[in-house]
Design a protein around this ligand. Structure first.
Ligand code: PLP
Length: 429
């Protein structure tokens, strides 16, 4: 087959990017279930330890994973990508590739609860400080948060579960003025709804466990390198611009140009932390990616229908869905997510935690699970689950209260989804 035209539309990329079979090769990306690879000579292997240009061991790279990495890089408009065994691993490595003990980075308070804990508690133990900022802060206020040792800025396109829309351009401007890259967690938006690199983000991370996989069959993550950040001009990243003694003196910016960040992440961090996914997981992720474009359109349409329905219910105190005109982030949503704002809605039930729990326990179609962005409709109570480890103050900062339910609208017929909600509302009247 011929290589895909790089100008192909995103639906086409979902199906064809990353793998082009040659004459007689399998049509579908094969699962390469081998940890190791054969070479004719000791010298050949020695050369790979100087410069890993071929597959050699399953902790660094695998042909199945590689095809999926290339597909996701193409979808996000990046120069390269690296899969990880979870979204948490992707967030962790995205920061560790930039920050050492004694450094700091800035993150928006609205990000996912698991990331709040990783950044605020665990990275602190490693001597890396997370400086929290309000996502609504002005450029001047953001500027004040910077310290001389600040090495990155981090935010989430569509926050889980606050569903605030991150002003990527604003944060990218301030980050770049300070000579540091902007990292965006694009999990809920997926590259179908928003491509942060087009708005100035430098690095994109995902929990592929969510919409990208879509079917709740495997967990994973990915880091995508936008390839545009100028590490040399910044002057703040000697590990990119000076020889790496742990890799025979390689200088990442010189050897790999625009791919310096993602190759450094693989050569140093994947080598040492070893959180690479199995080929079988990448194969399943690829199946999800093949239908991502078509699924995201339907999630957005059904999400908006259900959000509008929830707005009409007297038992509901508030509905948070940026696709609703009443939402404070409607305009930002139009700018960054013009196709729609996914299938995830958060809403608050009057009567707080007790009523929210009763409502959730009354649902029959929607499942009560620790998951989101699945093909099947599901609900979760953030205050008692994903955000349980947060203090009351952190909960408020993340936009969460006891009556709040996170509803992830799936791809069942939307009338069935609404009928299920309707009968559960009747139970709390
Ligand atoms: C779930 C999630 C993560 C963590 O991903 P895992 O695959 O569960 O490790 C990170 N960011 C966001 C926005 C998420 O929803």
């Amino acid at each position: 087959m011929k290589e895909l035209n790089p100008n192909a539309k995103i639906e086409t990329k979902c199906l064809h990017s990353g793998y082009t079979p040659k004459n007689g090769e399998p049509r579908v990306v094969p699962i390469v279930q081998s940890t190791t690879y054969c070479f004719d000579s000791t010298d050949h292997i020695a050369a790979l330890f100087d410069m890993p240009t071929e597959y050699m061991y399953s902790r660094f790279a695998n042909p199945t994973c590689d095809a999926v990495e290339k597909k996701i890089a193409a979808l996000e408009g990046g120069v390269g990508a690296m899969l990880t065994s979870s979204g948490q691993a992707a967030s962790l490595l995205s920061i560790l590739n930039l920050c050492n003990a004694g450094d700091s980075f800035i993150a928006a308070t609205t990000i996912y609860g698991g990331t709040v804990n990783l950044f605020g508690v665990t990275l602190k133990k490693l001597g890396i400080e997370c400086i929290w900022v309000d996502a609504e802060a002005s450029e001047e206020e953001l500027q004040k948060a910077f310290k001389p040792n600040t090495k990155a800025v981090f935010g989430e396109t569509l926050a889980n579960p606050a569903l605030t829309v991150f002003d990527i351009e604003k944060f990218a401007n301030v980050a770049h003025k300070n000579g540091v890259p902007l990292i965006v967690d694009n999990t809920f938006a997926t590259p179908i709804l928003c491509r942060p690199i087009e708005f100035g983000a430098d690095i994109v991370v995902h929990s592929t466990t969510k919409y990208m996989d879509g079917h709740a069959v495997q967990g994973g993550g990915v880091i995508v390198d936008g390839g545009k950040f100028d590490w040399k001009a910044s002057g703040k990243f000697p590990e990119f611009t000076e020889p790496d003694e742990s890799y025979h003196g390689v200088v990442y910016t010189e050897a790999f140009g625009p791919m310096a960040y993602i190759i450094k992440a693989r050569m140093q961090l994947m080598r040492d932390f070893g959180c690479y996914p199995a080929a079988n997981s990448a194969f399943l992720l690829n199946l999800g990616l093949e239908t991502l474009a078509i699924r995201m359109k339907q999630y957005c349409e059904q999400g908006l229908t259900v959000a509008k329905y929830l707005e009409t219910k007297p038992q509901v105190a508030s509905v948070n869905y940026p696709g609703l005109e009443s939402n404070k982030h409607y305009e930002l949503g139009k700018k960054y997510l013009p196709m729609g704002t996914s299938g995830v809605i958060s809403f608050s039930i009057k009567g707080g935690r007790a009523n929210a729990v009763k409502f959730m326990d009354s649902l029959t179609l929607a499942s009560n699970v620790v998951h989101v962005a699945d093909i099947r409709t599901c609900v979760l109570h953030p205050a008692s689950a994903t955000h349980r480890q947060l203090t009351d103050e952190q909960l408020v900062a993340a936009g969460i209260d006891g009556g709040m339910i996170r509803l992830s609208v799936g791809l069942e017929n939307v009338e069935d989804i609404i009928a299920d909600l309707e009968q559960a509302f009747a139970k709390i009247d």
